[in-house]
Design a binder for this molecule. Sequence first.
Ligand code: TYD
Length: 213
Amino acid sequence: MNRFITFEGVDGCGKSTQLRRAAAWLRDLGHDVVTTFEPGDTPLGREIRTLLLAGEFVPLPETELLLFLADRAQHVREVIRPALASDAWVLCDRYSDSTLAYQLAARKLGEGAANLSQMLRFAECGVSSSLTLWFDVAVDEAMRRMNKRAESGEKATRLDDEAASFHQRVSVAFKQQYHDESQRIVRIDAEQGMDDVEAQVANILKQRFGLAV
Ligand code: TYD
């Protein structure tokens, strides 16, 4: 089993904070940990991220999908696979489950296009997570958190600004993926306070990877 763990959920679910916290305590235990994210964590990916999210261009849904996959193709080969080969833990903020939820489900590109799953696998080049933490939070609450961030000056991305109905479709899709793959995907109750959520994450990592803490 690899130690590639992905963090997923709707925008505003709190996964990025939890990823940082998990990385910190794994490092305290002496583990080698690489933290990364999609889209945009390679030099080329940074350019793709700007195209995708800065809002200067509004890509067609098909183009949007291909850009996310291009970012992943670069990212997995340049960052994730080498890190796993060096025996590091890799904690990744979003991966293929986001593409399934945002592009295939919420953008409705998955309808009648069975070969898209082959494209997803092509981008991944055989690297899939052994554990995915799904931060489950009601869309209303997630949007409240995003509004708060906006008030404190954080810039929203083009996708953050999508309608509530879009985020709702993303949320339903994550729930469906969790039901379909309940071995790989673990649900985190992300409505709780940050410390409680951190404890849930820690417990799952301890159980799955036999960490002695
Ligand atoms: P980001 O600013 O990194 O925020 P977050 O903390 O929510 O991850 O934004 C990334 C955005 O890209 C987010 O709205 C989800 C979206 N996304 C997709 O639509 N498809 C994908 O395959 C990935 C990886 C991300």
